[in-house]
Ligand binder design. Structure first.
Ligand code: NAP
Length: 502
């Protein structure tokens, strides 16, 4: 049976047939081939679907990192990629996007198996975003310009952007493809080689994608994917002297540690996309309160709440709180919880058992702290790793529920009296990633958009995004941007050349 995307797969049986036809990636992807860890060690990969062992994945260590970085550096110096015409690099990226599209169903299955994402979400949202990103940077390849100031009679200054060499990328498990592709095509189109360490839980989709990158004509060594733990592979990658730039998406704690590693090694720049506790602010003059509530329900439950931009703080005007909360709960109740391979499922399990325990412990401590539990429970479902969305009201803005990133489907509802209080609550956070405002007052929307400390502000919508605009945060949510032309900056270095014309 072909694993390529063919006719529509309409029911669970179709997706199970495809699952049975897929061969899982048999190793790490280094220098254009599958490779075991040098130590021969492996780790069991457990699927959150039913907690069975899916595969044995190589447990890389510093020797594997060194080998992959040396291979990437050798490819860079041999100019097999960096020496191509930009349009040739662009064409290879577009071929890669086409191949991923062709294998989209297969990759969606890998995503569903490795992290529990509902397969249609994986195919129609995660894969679409990842493929669009690659295609966008591929199409941009030969449209980028360097700079030269005008009008100097006796000299010419040329400001060029050059690839940095080897880019290290460390990515999380919640969007294994999308978040990797916020970085990899931008690094590649600039002429770099890239060594990626995906999260321990979710290496499969990226490994298969790297194999397809080679088939698309991206030369061996230019894109390496290493498997292993944060300490075994991530740390040596961040500490490696031949990694010129490090780009990271993950928790703020690990992000801070990477800055230390950079200081302990070659002072490489470290670009951080970190956690969030995004405020979703609803005013009584919102044009459509039900749409605001439906979107708030989506913002805390999409991807089972495992989203850096999750709208985890619903900041609602006191007068409309009860109505909005009732509507949010009604929308949350429309979720179909179940097998991620079932196309009818809209809410899958959490990604792994320990994470589920941590999320439920946060719910229990919220109850103990006196917040009112309006939906869900601190027990989760009896079977599997499923957690029904949780809604708390009467949340103290200074409490852990309101301040700590839970990274699960747990909504804290806070109330405000006036605009100034809404802004104060929104900004009372170490984080500054996403934010949303629901109002029909245009001036208010503009005022708040200016005042809110966040990398992204959505007005009467949530999580709008496109490869053409930056994605990134402020404060403890990180710095630098993925996506857009700005997403290229971190993967190039500026050089100024003066030429005497006198
Ligand atoms: P994490 O624990 O920080 O892990 C992220 C990556 O870092 C994983 O590949 C991990 O490897 C690796 N790592 C862990 N310790 C390391 C170390 N000492 N040195 C080098 N690498 C190390 O985060 P996560 O649990 O996967 O993801 C959840 C977090 O990511 C949340 O805070 C979420 O908000 C954030 N996030 C942010 C964005 C954004 O764009 N701002 C997007 C998505 C997620 P192992 O898997 O082996 O531990």
């Amino acid at each position: 049976m072909s694993t390529q995307t063919a006719g529509p797969r309409t029911d669970l049986r179709d997706w199970l047939d495809l699952t049975n036809a897929i061969s899982l990636p048999p190793g790490m992807w280094v220098d254009g081939e599958w490779s075991p860890a040098r130590s021969g060690r492996t780790t069991d990969l457990v699927t959150p679907r039913d907690e069975s062992v899916l595969a044995q994945v190589p447990s890389g260590d510093e020797h594997d990192v060194d080998r992959a970085v040396r291979g990437a550096r050798a490819a860079f110096e041999a100019r097999v990629w960096s020496g191509l015409e930009p349009r040739e690099r662009g064409a290879a990226l577009i071929r890669w996007a086409d191949l991923l599209d062709l294998h989209r169903d297969e990759l969606a299955v890998l995503l569903a198996l490795e992290m529990g994402k509902p397969v249609l979400v994986a195919r129609d949202i995660e894969m679409r975003t990842a493929i669009n990103a690659i295609r966008w940077y591929g199409e941009l390849a030969d449209k980028l310009m360097d700079e030269s100031p005008r009008g100097r009679p006796h000299a010419l200054a040329v400001v060029t952007r050059e690839p940095v060499g080897v880019v290290g990328a460390i990515t999380p498990w919640n969007f294994p493809m999308t978040l990797a592709m916020f970085k990899i095509p931008a690094a590649l189109v600039s002429g770099n080689s890239v060594v990626v360490k995906p999260a321990t839980q979710t290496p499969l989709s990226l490994l298969r994608s790297a194999e397809l990158a080679c088939q698309a004509g991206i030369p061996a060594g230019v894109l390496q994917v290493l498997t292993g733990s944060g300490s075994g592979v991530g740390a040596p990658l961040a500490l490696h002297h031949d990694v010129a730039t490090l780009t990271f998406t993950g928790s703020s704690a690990v992000g801070k540690q990477l800055l230390v590693y950079a200081g302990q090694s070659n002072a490489k720049p470290v670009w951080l996309e970190l956690g969030g506790k995004s405020p979703n602010i609803v005013f009584p003059d919102a044009e459509d309160l039900d749409q605001a509530a439906r979107t708030a329900a989506w913002a805390i439950s999409f991807n089972s709440g495992q989203m850096c931009t999750a709208g985890s703080r619903l900041v609602v005007h006191r007068d409309i709180r009860d109505e909005v909360v009732a509507r949010v709960i009604a929308h949350l109740d429309t979720h179909v919880v179940g097998d991620p391979l079932d196309p009818g499922t809209t809410l899958g399990p959490l990604a792994y058992r320990q994470h589920r325990e941590e999320v439920l412990a946060e719910v229990a401590s919220g109850v103990a702290a006196g917040a009112t539990l309006r939906h869900g429970s601190a027990r989760g479902r009896d079977e599997g790793l499923f957690v029904d969305p949780v809604v708390f009201t009467d949340v103290d803005p200074a409490s852990r529920l309101a301040q700590h990133e839970i990274f699960g489907p747990v909504l804290s509802v806070l109330t405000f009296e006036d605009e100034a209080e809404a802004i104060a609550i929104a900004n009372d956070s170490d984080y500054g990633l996403g934010s949303a405002i629901w109002t029909s007052d245009l001036k208010r929307a503009h005022r708040l958009a200016r005042e809110i400390q966040a990398g992204m502000v959505w007005v009467n919508c949530y999580e709008e995004g496109d490869t053409s605009v930056p994605f990134g945060g402020q404060k403890l949510s990180g710095h630098g941007s993925d996506r857009s032309e700005h997403g290229l900056d971190k993967f190039t270095t500026l050089k100024t050349t003066w030429i005497d014309l006198a």
